[in-house]
Ligand binder design. Sequence first.
Ligand SMILES: [Zn+2]
Length: 320
Amino acid sequence: MASNKNNSDQFMTLMIVPHGRGQQSWSIRLPNWGIKSLIASAILVLVVFLGALAYSIQVTVRLANYPTLLKERKVQQAKIAAFTEETKQLNESLDEMHEREKELRNLLGLNSNISAPVPAIPSNLQSQWNKDLRKLDGQIAPIVLDLDKQYYALNHQSDMQLKSIKRLEKDVFNYRKRFSNTPSIWPVIGGYIYSGFGMRRHPILKRYEYHTGVDIPTFVGAPVKATAAGVVRFAGWLGGYGLAVYIDHGYGYATLYGHNSKLLAKSGDRVSKGMVISKAGSTGLSTAPHVHYEVRYWNKPIRPNNFLTLDLLTARARLW
Ligand SMILES: [Zn+2]
């Protein structure tokens, strides 16, 4: 009896009873383990089914997003291309600026072997970049980072270069202005000095005197040129100098041209370097046609020899 009860405990009967008349009921007797594995199988099937459903939904969503992703990618690539182009242009303009700086430096006789240092990237900018880069996909991020670095360096360098060029241009402008007002050429063709600056025996007075300029022999009527830009302060008879012209050049410099046969400039005239101011002659205390040429610095006669052939570079090296 006990064993029979035990035996029937291990089974279960599933029964299907139809409600229609004359239809036979249907039953199946299953062992307990059979039921358990049936339930387990049902759960397994359900899990697999739900998994497959989730996966298919995911794929569907991804497929639906694919055109958007593709578009985003295209936009990113277009942005990179534009950025690359901008970087290239910046590089080109930097090259041009570099050439300009070299040119200006050559004009001023400065060392033209210059190189722009690569700037260090500020930490706040670096962390901002890192934040931005995390939004980009893995293939694009390193390209963008590289471009960011290049762009930053180029921008920084072109800023520095521009400042340096502006400074140099200002220097060149000032030096040129100063140079145009600095005696730097022979006042008359002839090319040699008959009587130099300093103590000498005067050819007419026959006594030792301080010669305050140089005497350049020439012919009567030879054009006498202003050796620098300036304002004529005197044009007329000046004792032993005969017919003379005195020009104030600013910056403390003045020049005097003596023994002329004819004056062309008059007091108050603005003259430029090389402008003809008179005709050479032999007026005043003179034995033969020549130009007595004086250079004065704060009205004190100085040796004119240093001012006969100057250019911007030599003037800058010797005078300023
Ligand atoms: Zn003289």
